[in-house]
Design a protein around this ligand. Structure first.
Ligand code: DON
Length: 566
């Protein structure tokens, strides 16, 4: 009896040990689930944002710390001296957006980039002081903190100050980026300028001047940038380099809370940026034009799918050039542009046999040399608040004008205006009266920070840099997930293509599409030129599956990294 009992007891204990061991091993091999995350262009910035989340901060708090960290370690696009758009969805499901886009200075005028014969003066809207729009970033961050901040402002600025003082490590891609711009840094700012030191991969960059500017912002908030010592330095530097921004411009700058563009696509509710970004209206138009084609019946990047997308893009970018601008200056027929019968009618001229011709107008000369130099980040906190932010200096390092005592570059956002109707800007985009320059007007953007709900629940946070390709990159990420059933990382990494009406060219990412495939499209009349191929977008996204599983997509085209809490 006794021995039987001990034998059973022994077996019972052994089984239990095996079970515990099994559960332990299973927990080792089961991927841990993400509870909150920051996906941005740099590991340091994502880590700083995640550390704010880890100490109980919200996505709104983390957004401020992440943004300022990008200013330090991603100076080509991260900024306190540019502008951006912020789209949010609170854990309660409230949705909104902030426009802190740059504005034209008070002294700006419609013809400021034209010579006496009315021709566009080369480089004036892209390089040097005249290219600089009145910055909106610091005012934007302060407004977001006032409305949503839960941690003290100073505490959120401090990590960026520390990063500027302790230094960030130059990545390989960043070293290339510095190298490609070093001549312009020197020619505009002199060979002694901070970023002309020739930083190499692995170098530690300590930007003490920027740390001091950030300290001023930490102590004084908006006034730390728009008034006093920083304002004096900024105005003087702009003047020295041929620009017209004054103290009045800085003092008068205010960001604007705007109703996001909202549209439905199948079981999705998509919230994205309204004008002065064209992103929301164009994304809405393109998706609504695609919806009736049931594009999910094709494979991702199948010829038919590409044709449908390109033709919808063509029609939407044509509308963009005519109707879109700053809503505080021009009236925009938003409802009509997103009207389903209007959009169906627009697509009625499309057939699978032959490409539609963009226009009789000859395409302008396009400069594709700018790489992806805006930046986007997506944040989800443990409470369920979601934040999508796209921010920019426009070109890489903006106007290349460096405020030495402040430690930062100034934007060249003025190039996003239409300097002259029909003449393309640096992204080849054409505009007209609606996007003409006027004092205190905001230039039209393509930035598309976007939040998606599926069946009423938060489903995706997404956005990207890429100038005119921003809208089409966000679009393809959405379609890759919701139509072609990819996980978010695969959707972000997948090859992309782009079309924008004029020039009448479809751009494909280099070496990522089969030659046969390109040939077939060319036979149908699509204009595809090798010399236009380029990297398209750097998407940073978060996907929340219907069972609540959170996944991140950080674009391998850049140094983009997700840092998550588990
Ligand atoms: O607002 C816009 O649409 C542009 N200034 C964005 C510039 C950009 O994405 C640069 N990256 N290629």
């Amino acid at each position: 009896m006794n021995s039987f009992f001990s034998f059973n007891k022994f077996r019972f204990l052994t089984l239990n040990v095996i079970l515990i061991l099994f559960l332990f091993l299973q927990s080792c091999y089961t991927p841990k689930s993400i509870k909150a995350t920051v996906v941005s262009a740099r590991q340091e910035a994502s880590a700083i944002g995640a550390s704010v989340l880890a100490k109980g901060g919200t996505a709104f708090d983390a957004m401020i710390a992440t943004d300022l960290a990008l200013t330090v370690c991603y100076p080509n696009a991260g900024n306190i001296s540019g502008g951006g758009f912020f789209v949010y969805r609170t854990s309660q499901g409230e949705v909104g957006s902030l426009d802190y886009r740059e504005k034209a200075p008070l002294g700006a005028s419609a013809k400021m980039y034209l010579d006496e014969e009315g021709n566009v003066l080369p480089d004036k809207s892209t390089l040097g002081g005249l290219a600089v729009g009145v910055p909106g970033t610091v005012a934007g961050l302060v407004a977001i903190h006032q409305k949503f901040g839960t941690l003290p402002w100073k505490e959120l600025v401090q990590p960026a100050i520390d990063l500027a003082r302790d230094g960030y490590i130059v990545t390989e891609m960043q070293a290339q980026s510095f190298e490609s711009a070093i001549e312009q840094f020197s020619s505009i700012n002199g060979s002694e300028t901070f970023y002309a030191q020739g930083f190499k991969k692995g170098d530690r960059v300590k930007n003490i001047a920027l740390a001091e500017t950030l300290e001023r912002i930490a102590n004084l908030g908006k006034a730390g940038f728009y008034e006093g010592e920083n304002a004096d330095a900024l105005v003087e530097r702009v003047k020295e380099t041929g620009g017209i921004i004054t103290h009045d411009d800085l003092i008068q700058y205010e960001p604007v809370w705007r109703e996001p563009i909202h549209f439905k696509y199948k079981d999705l509710d998509i919230y994205t940026m309204a004008p002065p970004s064209s992103g929301g209206i164009c994304l809405g138009q393109i998706m609504k034009m695609i919806e009736p084609f049931n594009i999910g019946q094709y494979n991702q990047n199948a010829q038919e799918a590409v044709q449908i997308i390109v033709e919808a893009e063509r029609r939407s970018y044509a509308d963009r050039s005519l109707y879109l601008g700053d809503p505080d200056f021009v009236s925009i027929p938003t409802k009509e542009l997103l009207d389903i019968s209007y959009l169906n009618e627009r697509m009625a001229s499309f057939n699978f046999e032959q490409a539609t011709n963009s226009s009789a107008i000859a395409p302008g000369t396009v400069v594709w040399e700018e790489s992806e130099e805006t930046t986007h980040y997506s944040i989800l906190d443990t409470f369920g608040n979601a934040v999508a932010v796209t921010t920019t200096l426009n070109g890489s390092y903006g106007s290349k004008v460096y405020v030495e005592s402040g430690g930062y570059f100034l934007n060249n956002e003025m190039d996003d205006f239409s300097s002259k109707p029909g003449v393309p800007n640096m992204f080849g985009l054409i505009g007209g009266e609606a996007n003409a320059i006027a004092p205190q007007k905001r230039m039209l953007s393509a930035m598309t920070p976007t939040i998606v709900e599926k069946n009423g629940a938060l489903s995706m946070i997404v956005g990207t840099p890429g100038g005119s390709t921003i809208i089409t990159s966000v679009l393809q990420t959405l379609l890759n997930v919701y139509e072609f059933e990819m996980d978010i990382q695969t959707a972000v990494s997948a090859p992309r293509f782009h079309h924008q009406w004029l020039p009448d060219v479809v751009v494909f990412e280099p070496n990522r599409f089969e030659n046969d495939f390109i040939l077939k499209l060319q036979e149908k009349g699509y204009n595809i030129k090798e010399e236009y191929t380029r990297i398209i977008g750097r998407v940073d996204a978060i996907h929340i599956a219907e069972d609540g599983t959170i996944q991140t997509g950080a674009d391998p085209r850049g140094d983009d990294t997700a840092v998550s809490l588990y």
